[in-house]
Design a protein around this ligand. Sequence first.
Ligand code: SF4
Ligand code: SF4
Length: 264
Amino acid sequence: MRIDPNKCVACGNCVPICPMGAISIDLKTNRAAVDADECVECYTCYRGMSMEKLNPTLVRTVRRALKLFRLRFDPEPDVCPTSAITPDDLLWPRVVRRAFSDPIVTHESTGVHGRGTEEVKTNDVTNRIGVGEVGYVVEFGRPTVGVRFRDIEKMTQALAAIGIEFEAKNPVTHMMTDKKTGKLRDDVLNEKILSAIVEFKTRIENAPTVLRRVEEVSKTLDTIVAIGVSTRCGNGGESALDNVLSEEGFPFARGKTNLGLGRR
Ligand code: SF4
Ligand code: SF4
């Protein structure tokens, strides 16, 4: 994303809109500017603000004149008065920022919006997680924090080393040059995105090793990591995974229950 200096009137409205804090007012030029290294191409600024087409020279003149009388002309807070916010044509590898950060973009590798697959939301139909298995979603980054692929790679390589098989349809798996080692493409490692999810499954007896490894590696990363686990319950709703989580010291709550209504 770019801000056209010929149009920007430095009203500052776009600054708090950016979830990455990538927009600031440059006091030397008196224009807003985007820190390209921090911008994750989420399009929140461009799509989230109304773009008006006031004449920049006129707006600057009015603002200067009012300032003399200690008055201000401020547009409505969700408006860029001069349509100065301008998307760039994104080339590889920068285009992966948008694919992982703009929720309305369909990810080429999955055909669905957003960062992951349907996980286990449709497990009653897909049978992705079988009896005695555990599905994992390891989630990196958050608005204001983000994550670079080099940090995701540290986790995927550490997980691959304990024999994890990554979910083939997941967008991060598509960035791997070697699924056995968890190695990601070198040309994306420095790209920053809002968040990403790594998905895989194991037998339930391997869950303690996985949980410990994720916790250990997450402490070395320059981002936030969250983990979600899923399993099939017995007919009475009981789950052997509950005991594993308790023994490993993970406080948990059942967040989603798939009742199997999709089954034929
Ligand atoms: S909202 Fe538009 S005019 Fe105001 S600072 Fe941002 S880019 Fe410049
Ligand atoms: S595209 Fe997103 S990250 Fe980049 S400047 Fe706009 S709001 Fe901030």
